[in-house]
Design a protein around this ligand. Sequence first.
Ligand SMILES: C[S@@+](CC[C@H](N)C(=O)[O-])C[C@H]1O[C@@H](n2cnc3c(N)ncnc32)[C@H](O)[C@@H]1O
Length: 378
Amino acid sequence: MTWKLVATCPEESKLILAQEVEKLGAVVEKQGYRAVYFSVSTLEAFYRMHVQITTASHLFWILKECAAKNDRMLFSQVQRIKWRELFAPTRSFRVDAHVSDSTEWTPVSLSTRTRQAIQEHFTFHQLPVPPTDVEEPDVIISVWMQKGRATISLRTSGETLHKRGYRLPGHTAPLKETVAATLLHVLQFDGSTPLYDPMCGSGTIVIEAAMMALGKACLIHRKKDGFAFEKLLNFDRHLWRQVQEDLREGKKQELPYPIYASDKEEDFVELAKKTALRARVERYLTCFPADFFSTTAPCESGLMVSNLPYGDRLQAEGGLESFYEKIGDHLKKAYKGWKVAFLVGADSPWKSIGLKPQKKVPLVNGSIPVLLLIYDIF
Ligand SMILES: C[S@@+](CC[C@H](N)C(=O)[O-])C[C@H]1O[C@@H](n2cnc3c(N)ncnc32)[C@H](O)[C@@H]1O
C-alpha cells in the first residue's frame, strides 16, 4: 500500500523540509504552498516519519484528491470515503477547511458540508453518528479546496509537531523546536563538529542538536495517544511499539564531539538542564552560566549557533546596536576559526555586528520574519 502524505511548514523552510523528508526515506512528489507532498510504502515507514521528522508543523494522510466543483460533487465524494473503516463512531471529530481560489466555497460552508457528508456516511451504514468536538476532537479531518479540486485528509500528527514533549515553562522567548531544527539542517549539522550556544535560554537549540547528532527520534517522548493516528481503526499498536523500540536501540550511545550551552542568567541554565533531562539528553550537554562577553572558546574551532536576544531590557541597557557591536568585537577576539550562525529579527540592527555574513537565510519564527546569518570568523 502507498501512503500519500503531506507535511506542512512555513513557506520559507519548505526546501529544508523536502530535503529532510527525502533523507528519511520517503519519495517527494511535489511542493505546494507551505507544504511538501510525499509518499511512503509501508505502515512502518508512516510511523517512523511521524516520530522522526524535525522540521514539519503537521503531517496529514491524504485520503482523496478529487474534483469538487459544486456542493453535490463534494458531498458525494466525501460520503464515499470509507469513514466507518477509518474511525469508530465513538470518536469525536472536527473538520478544518482551507479555501484558496474559489468563489463557490467559504471555509465555513466547506467544513459544514464535509461534516454533513461524513455524518451521512455513518447514518447510511446504520451506525451511530460520531460526535463533533471543535476544541479537542479525537480525529481532525482537513479539506483543502483549490481550483475546484478538493484534497481530503486526516491530520495524523495530532498536536503540532513542535510540541516534542520535553518543553518546560520558564523562559519568555523560547525558540520553536521546529525552527531550531531547521537552523541545524540549514547548517548541515550532524554532530561531526563541536557546537556551542552561548545564549541558550531554555536550551532548545542544543537539545535539538544533541538529538540530531545521536540520531534520536525527536518525538519519541510524546505521551501515549499523542499522535492522532493512534486513534484510528487501522492503528497497529504492536508495530508502533516495535518502531519505537527499534529507534531507541538504533540511536548512538555517545557523541563524537561535545555540545556546550551557556547563558548569563543562572535560572535559564538550570531550566536548560532540566529540559534536557526531560528530553533524556542531559548527559551529552555541558551547561554553565556565563556572560558571553567574558567567554573564551571552549575548543579550538566549532559551530556557534544562537538566537540573539532582543527587546526592551537591552534597549534600556544602551540599545541593541551597541549590544550587537560588542558581539562582533568579542567574536573577532575570542572565536577565530569558528563558524557562527545567529538568528536575528529581519528588522533588527544586525548590521551593527560589523562582520560580513557569508550567507543570509530568511526564515520565520512563529510569524516573525527572521534571518539566519552565517559567518566564518577569521
Ligand atoms: C532569545 S533568548 C534565547 C532563547 C533560546 N534559544 C531558547 O530556545 O530558549 C536570548 C537569551 O540570551 C541571554 N543573554 C542576553 N544577554 C546575554 C549575555 N550578555 N551573555 C549570555 N547570555 C545572554 C538571555 O538571558 C536569553 O536567555
